[in-house]
Write a protein that binds this ligand. Structure first.
Ligand code: F6P
Length: 546
């Protein structure tokens, strides 16, 4: 059993240090150290991270690095890369990094060469995606595929959908991508409305092939198809991505049209596996390989760089400081890139499903805070919605700003305005605006003294609010791969610090079981009274509405 986090010498040293740090103002930290930006920024795998606008100093970083060492983050990282069964509640290895390892790498787990298996499936993905994109794989009436519908949820949806959106400039012009995840029929209805059974390819993407929403959506898509096309045409229009061959066969998809992956790939870490089939169809296998290579470059950096110069370690440690010692309950993600629109939603699953835990790996209740809530929206849109609260609300919310230095369009004025807003926001969060500065402004505007005093508190910004800025040259398959891997490893680092198992998700089970029961009750089973009065009342209202 590992020692509780709060009892470690380095955590206790951080606690003492945090008392001193309480009154620190970032303005003063910047003024005192002209080299702060150089000292607190680094480049890796084509990404640049500036973490200087956080309320910490060199000593804080030393103590955080000592904590990482005391918690054995490096040893645990090595155990993950080596294929040890670090997912201790499911007794599984955690090997999403093997999905992006080069062909000449080697890793044997339980007697199986996993790299060879990965590249065998990648070869199949390559051949299939080329055939669809080059109009060699045709629909049952001989027409090229025009629409691809990915049916999946959680990790079998969020990653592929986010990546296809992010890589929009690289997309095949003939292929329209659709993603259906919600059991809400409006989702499927809206997708089918746009599809023609002669030219649509459905991908049923589910690691387990038992997820209720995906199975219902897949059955609906199948029924829609066989109402409009001969059943024998199904193999031309339905493929599966799963670890469960038997369930795929039982659904009626020939395992020859199934792209497999393995139980050592967690759902939220699966976009690199065959779950990325829709991404490979959208951008082509060459760019999909670049996406894997970008992630691999970040893996190599994470695996080899010392803690103090390791981007995922630093992002994880700084986030840990903000959560544990500054008490920040959430983190807001602000991509200043419209094509990263779904990135905050993707990170919600990655971080919150991984580290939203309240017991340690050994099952003891934690005595500290774990994962903050993750949320966000693209800049500049968020600025005109909730940034008010971020600047002047009572909670301090650390921000991650993400931007590309070069756009994929020629609208240069727009890009200058976008970057100006991104940099201005992090400056404003850090500096704030003091009451004296506000007064001076209002005096210059010639306002009467009483009016100046009345308005000053409303126009004052406390500042001192932490943020990171992540820059890339372009948003492309390589940089997107590196960006996702950066956050995967940040999540890993924090999971090790908190001593939680980042790779299970038992917390989603209870609702699933109850929903099955209520679904039967809504479907006409005798009026139930065995729930609480609220649930009984809601069920009764829904039954009355049928
Ligand atoms: O219920 C949560 C979850 O298991 C996620 O972890 C996963 O990404 C999602 O459901 C979908 O699971 P599957 O790919 O097995 O359908």
């Amino acid at each position: 059993m590992s020692m509780s986090l709060t009892r470690t010498a380095s955590f206790q040293a951080l606690e003492t240090h945090a008392v001193d740090a309480e009154d620190w103002q970032m303005r003063s930290l910047f003024a005192a150290d002209p080299q702060r930006f150089e000292r607190m920024s680094l480049e890796a795998a084509g990404l640049f991270l500036d973490y200087s606008k956080n309320r910490l100093d060199g000593r804080t970083l030393e103590l955080l690095a000592a904590l990482a060492r005391e918690r054995q983050v490096e040893q645990r990282r090595d155990a993950m890369f080596a294929g040890e069964k670090i997912n201790n509640t499911e007794n599984r290895a955690v090997l999403h990094t093997a999905l992006r390892a080069p062909k000449n790498a080697s890793l044997v787990v339980d007697g199986q060469d996993v790299i060879a298996d990965v590249h065998e499936v990648l070869g199949r993905i390559h051949r299939f995606t080329d055939a669809v994109r080059n109009a060699e794989w045709l629909g049952h009436t001989g027409k090229p595929i025009t629409d691809i519908v990915n049916i999946g949820i959680g990790g079998s949806d969020l990653g592929p959908k986010m990546a296809c959106l992010a890589l929009r400039p690289f997309a095949h012009p003939r292929l329209a991508m659709h993603f259906v995840s919600n059991v809400d029929g409006h989702d499927m209805d809206a997708a089918l409305e746009k599809c023609d059974p002669e030219t649509t390819l459905f991908i049923v993407a589910s690691k387990t092939f038992t997820t209720a929403e995906t199975m219902m959506n897949a059955q609906t898509a199948r029924a829609w198809f066989v109402e409009r096309a001969p059943e024998a045409a199904l193999p031309k229009h339905f493929v599966a991505v799963s670890t469960n061959t038997e369930a795929v066969r039982a659904f009626g998809i020939d395992p020859a049209n199934m792209f497999p992956f393995w139980d050592w790939v967690g759902g939220r870490y699966s976009v690199w596996s065959a779950i990325g089939l829709s991404v490979a169809l959208c951008v082509g296998f060459g760019y999909f390989s670049d996406f894997l290579a970008g992630a691999h470059a970040m893996d190599e950096h994470f695996r080899t760089a010392p803690v103090e110069q390791n981007m995922p370690m630093l992002l994880g440690l700084v986030g840990f400081w903000n959560r544990e010692f500054l008490g920040c309950p959430s983190v807001s993600i602000a991509p200043y890139h419209q094509d990263l629109n779904r990135f905050p939603a993707y990170l919600q699953q990655l971080e919150m499903e991984s580290n939203g835990k309240r017991v340690t790996r050994d099952g003891a209740l934690v005595e500290y805070e774990t994962c903050p809530a993750i949320w966000g929206e693209c800049g500049t849109n968020g600025q005109h919605a909730y940034f008010q609260l971020l600047h002047q609300g009572t909670d301090v919310t650390p921000m991650d700003f993400i931007a590309a230095l070069r756009p994929a369009h020629e609208l240069h004025k727009h890009h200058t305005a976008l970057l100006a807003n991104c940099f201005a926001q992090s400056e404003a969060f850090m500096k704030g605006k003091t009451a004296d500065e506000v007064r001076k402004d209002l005096q210059q505007q010639g306002l009467p003294l009483a009016e100046i005093e009345r308005l000053t508190p409303h126009k004052t910004f406390p500042g001192n609010r932490p943020s990171n800025t992540i820059l890339m040259d372009h948003l492309n398959p390589t940089s997107l791969g590196a960006l996702i891997a950066l956050y995967e490893h940040k999540t890993f680092v924090q999971g090790v610090l908190w001593d939680v198992n980042s790779f299970d998700q038992w917390g989603v089970e209870l609702g699933k079981v109850l929903a099955k029961k209520i679904e039967a009750e809504l479907g006409g089973e005798p009026q139930p009274e065995q729930h609480d009065s609220s649930t009984n009342g809601l069920i009764a209202r829904a039954r009355a509405a049928v």
